[in-house]
Structures are given as C-alpha cells and as structure tokens.
Design a protein around this ligand. Structure first.
Ligand SMILES: [Zn+2]
Ligand SMILES: [Zn+2]
Length: 564
C-alpha cells in the first residue's frame, strides 16, 4: 500500500510532539508529613487529582480543628482538572474532599465502600447532589482525561482500598496508595500481587509508594492477630466493654462484631459518624452482622454491663470526642461505670502521643480498665513494613522511585531500602509538598517548587488563620498577656491618673505586686519624657523587655492611650 509521504511525516511529527509532552507529578500534601494526602498528575494540559485528605493538628496548633492541603495550584487551574480519584476511605485521603469540591468541579472516582464513606461525608456538607461520582472496582480501568487508570486491590486497614496504574504516552506510573501485604486479611482479599508483577512486565516508569512504616523492620503482622487479643478481652471483662477506634475502620467493626457474637454480647455504636458508616457498610455488604446483634445506644445503656459492647470514636485524645469526654466525666449521654473495660484499638498518629496517653491516664483515674496497643495487640498497622516494601520494589521493578506518604525521615529511609535493592540514588526522588517532578523522554527531573503548605480550618473559617495568628495564639497560651491603660492630659500629655494594668496567664502571685510596681514605674518614666505618637509602640517595647529580664517570659503587651 502506498502511503503519502506527508502523512507519514505528520505522524512522525505527532509522535515526536507527544514524546515531548511532559508528565508532571505534583505532591500537594502527604510528602514530608503524615496526613492530608493529595497528589496531582498533569499531562498535556489535564490534571488528575489523587486523594484529598486532612491532617489532625499538633498540640501547639491552638484552636485548629484540622489542616487541609494548600491546593491553590488546582484552584488556579480549575478548568483543567479532569477527575479526582480517591484510593480509600480514611480521613487522611478523604477529609478535604468538600473543600476541594467547593473550589474545583470535577467527577470523583472511587470503589463502592470508599464512595459510600464519601457520600456520608458529602451529604453532611450538603454537597452530595452537586457532584458526579463514578463507582470503579478493583481490576477495572477508567479513562480520566488523558490518563488511563487501572485500579488494583491492596490490603489496608479498611476494605476496598486500591492502588493505581496510571498510563499516559509518557509511560506507566504505579501509585500504591496505603497498602500492606497481609496474607490473611479480615475480608480475605489479599493485595493483587499478580497485577503488580504484570505492571513490571509492561515496564514501569515510576513507582510512588507508601513510606509510613519505612523505619519498621520485618513484616507488619496480619490483621488476624487482633482476633485472639479481642477474644481475651471479651473473655475476661467483668463489666461493660467500650472499644474506641476510627469511624472509618470498617474491618475493626467486623472484628468487634465477631467477638461480640462469640461472647454473647450485643453491639451498640455511639456517635453519628460511627452509626452512619456502619449502616452504609452493612448495606453495601462490607460488614457482616446479624440484625439481632445490633442494639441502639439507648438500649445498650439499659442492658446489664456484661451483655453489651459499645464502639465509639476518639482514639487520638481529641477532647471533644466521646472518649475524650468520658475521660473528663463530661459525656452527656453516658458515663464510665465501675468495672468498665476500655479498649483503644488504634495507634496514635505522630504528634498525638502525648494527648493519647493523657486520655489513658484520665480514664484509669476514673476507674476504667484500659487496654491499648502497648498492653495487648488490639491494633496492628495497616501499612507495609520494610520487608513488604522490598517485595513491592522487586515485584514492580520501577525505573524511578518516589517515596510518598510519610515524614521526611520515612521518605529518606524508604529511599535507603530501595538503594539496598540496587536502585541508584539518581533514580530516586525524595521530595516534599510542592516539589514538582517531570518525566519526559523517559527521564525524571525534579523542577520548580510551588506552594504546598498548611491551610488551617478553624470552625467555619478556612485558610483565614495564618502563621501570624498561630504565633499569637502560641504566645497567649504560653506566656499570657498584659494590658496597660493610660489616661493622658490633653494639653500637657502627662498622665492624669495611675496607669491601670491588667494581666492574664503569666504573673505568679508572690511576684505580682513587685512586677506590676516595676512596670508602672517604667511606664510613668517613659510617658513623662516622650511626646509623640510613637509612644504606644515604644512603651510596649520597653514593658516587654522589662518583663523579659524579670521573668524570662514574653507575654503579649498592649498599651492603650486615651486623652482627657
Ligand atoms: Zn489509610
Ligand atoms: Zn493514609
């Protein structure tokens, strides 16, 4: 067959052009931290977002409910966003979804359980009717803009989790999401090893893999080891059992249900998110519970303590959660009773350890028998440890490797593991939020950096609380404040009366008199020798340095000046 020359030329030109189109990978959250996962894949003008998570605040982030990624890049390019893929239903992958949807209008792709959990969340925010959600199953493929996305099953601590094989003309990228290699998972559905090997057969340009446990040697235990631990708890508990976990830990609900059946207890869920998630998971067939196992929380509270197990949220020491309120005796619906056994079936998220242990101490002080991870294996990690990470790398055999989902130390450790397996350092990109990686002509390059910081959510305000406000809250919390009210004579600019000084949160009683007298002296002297508008700032400065020399503290100082 004769082919016109110009046609072939055009085709070659198109191919050349295509190979020059870059695949950009832009981490917007979850790299350099544990939480608020969000990754953008960009090819030929289209952007696909993977996950939209939140992060819980550190203890020193006062008044902050949670933190979401800085996705300004997506807002600026909102008409180019072609889809949002959610790998699984955990908060660190779904918790920012309504914030993202308020800014970007694109369809969501999720497996049935993940979809169910998203719908519960979106319905609460009134967004459910405004968004198109496509249900995808493991083993299926979806065309999302220029991205061919193959979903493959991975084990994690929630059913229906998937990893992604993302194909563009630039090559095949494998994105694991959160995973572990559990051979005996609670839902009997192991990670799809065959698919990973098949990807390797096709040739994988880059692997992006979960680094959470990169500093943990060996294998993560199977979720099954929890069953005997629960069995022991249920066998020995004399009174009521209260199990605290995450509202999205569906497989843990299943394990508690199994133990309840074996030990003739009824199960009641406390808290709206737990009740709604359990209802949805049962409807979709991810939770197998006979109807007569469940009782409402009201019924459960009326039953004999030995006959019931309650499940609630609040494993992270959050003061407003049910567990937090039980620890301080401020829960409205019910309180701890003597003989209660409390099981904390979770691991403290990094940064939360202190408040988790404080909650445990309070629960013990209030008479509860508390069982937590360090005492009995009532929790196992949902993330791969070092040997699983090595197996993954051998199965997938990527040309380039990008550790994701972890603090810098985890990413670094994951990179060292990969190097042990023979992946050269030049083929590994340790990057943090905002670091853009580009692939073109089969080569990887770390390029520019775009903003990738924190957006604080404080009640109804999103992003209005900035670093300056956080600093002020920190100072107020640590060192308190002092207000100095001055009344000046309008004509002479002299003090008309003694300065009024108010302090909160930093003066110790015995030192108070002396310190306030000293402050008053400084203010009086400064006023008498100053005569211009800079006085307020100067006064605040000199009071601050006086207080610092006397107390080694830096409270906020406000001076108000009125004239009479
Ligand atoms: Zn997860
Ligand atoms: Zn995660």
């Amino acid at each position: 067959m004769k082919q016109p020359n110009n046609g072939a030329g055009k085709q070659r030109g198109a191919e050349k052009q295509r190979s020059e189109v870059k695949l950009r990978i832009i981490p917007l959250g979850g790299l350099g931290e544990v939480g608020k996962n969000m990754m953008a894949y960009e090819y030929n003008g289209s952007i696909m977002v993977v996950d939209a998570g939140l992060m819980f605040p550190d203890n020193d982030m006062l008044g902050i409910d949670y933190i979401i990624p800085d996705f300004n890049y997506l807002i600026q390019n909102r008409e180019r966003v072609c889809g949002i893929v959610i790998t699984h239903g955990h908060e660190d992958h779904t918790g920012a979804i309504h914030h993202l949807l308020e800014a970007v209008n694109a369809p969501i792709y999720a497996t049935p359980l993940t979809r169910g959990l998203l719908e519960v969340k979106l319905a609460r925010g009134g967004l459910l009717n405004q968004v198109k959600i496509h249900t995808v199953e493991a083993d299926e493929m979806a065309e999302i803009g220029p991205f061919q996305v193959e979903f493959f099953h991975v084990c994690h601590s929630i059913p229906d989790s998937v990893g992604l094989g993302i194909t563009t003309p630039a090559g095949l990228v494998v994105h694991t999401g959160d995973y572990k290699f559990d051979h005996t998972p609670v839902d009997n559905w192991p990670t799809d090893y065959a698919k990973l090997a098949e990807f390797a057969g096709r040739g994988v340009l880059a692997l992006l893999a979960d680094s959470t446990n990169a500093d943990r040697p060996g294998w993560t235990p199977s979720e099954r080891v929890i069953d005997p631990a629960f069995d022991e708890v249920f066998r020995t508990a004399k009174g009521r059992i209260i199990v605290a976990s995450f509202a999205s830990l569906i497989s843990r609900m299943q394990q508690v249900a199994n133990a309840a059946i074996n030990h003739q207890r009824k199960l009641a869920f406390a808290g709206a998110s737990m009740v709604e998630n359990a209802k949805m998971a049962r409807k979709l067939g991810y939770l197998d519970m006979p109807d007569d196992l469940m009782v409402s929380i009201d019924q459960g509270l009326k039953m004999k303590p030995r006959q019931v197990v309650l499940m609630s949220t609040g494993t992270q020491g959050e003061p407003t959660s049910i567990m937090g309120r039980l620890s301080t005796g401020t829960n409205r619906q019910f309180d701890l009773t003597p003989g209660d056994t409390v099981v904390l079936s979770s691991h403290p998220i990094p940064g939360n350890e202190e408040s988790v242990f404080r909650t445990i101490n309070r629960l013990i002080r209030r008479g509860a028998h508390v069982i937590y991870e360090k005492v009995a294996p009532v929790h196992v990690s949902g993330h791969a440890s070092q040997e699983e990470m090595k197996l993954l790398l051998h199965l997938v055999r990527p040309k380039y490797f990008i550790p994701i989902h972890g603090e810098l130390r985890h990413l670094h450790q994951h990179s060292l593991l990969a190097q042990q397996l023979g992946i050269e350092e030049e083929r590994i990109a340790i990057i943090e939020n905002g670091n853009v990686v580009e692939f073109s002509g089969g080569q990887m390059k770390v390029t520019e950096r775009i903003p990738g910081g924190y957006v604080f959510v404080d009640g109804a305000s999103v992003g209005e609380v900035g670093p300056a406000v956080m600093r002020e809250r920190e100072i107020l919390a640590n060192d308190g404040f002092m207000v100095v009210n001055l009344t000046l004579d309008r004509s002479s600019c002299r003090l008309r009366e003694e300065p009024e000084i108010i302090t909160r949160g930093f003066v110790h009683e015995p030192d108070a008199e002396d310190l306030l007298a000293g402050t008053r002296r400084i203010v009086v002297e400064a006023v008498n020798c100053t005569s211009n508008g800079r006085m307020k700032g100067d006064l605040e400065q000199s009071v601050k340095s006086y207080l610092y020399t006397r107390t080694k503290r830096r409270p906020m100082v406000f001076v108000t000046i009125s004239q009479a």
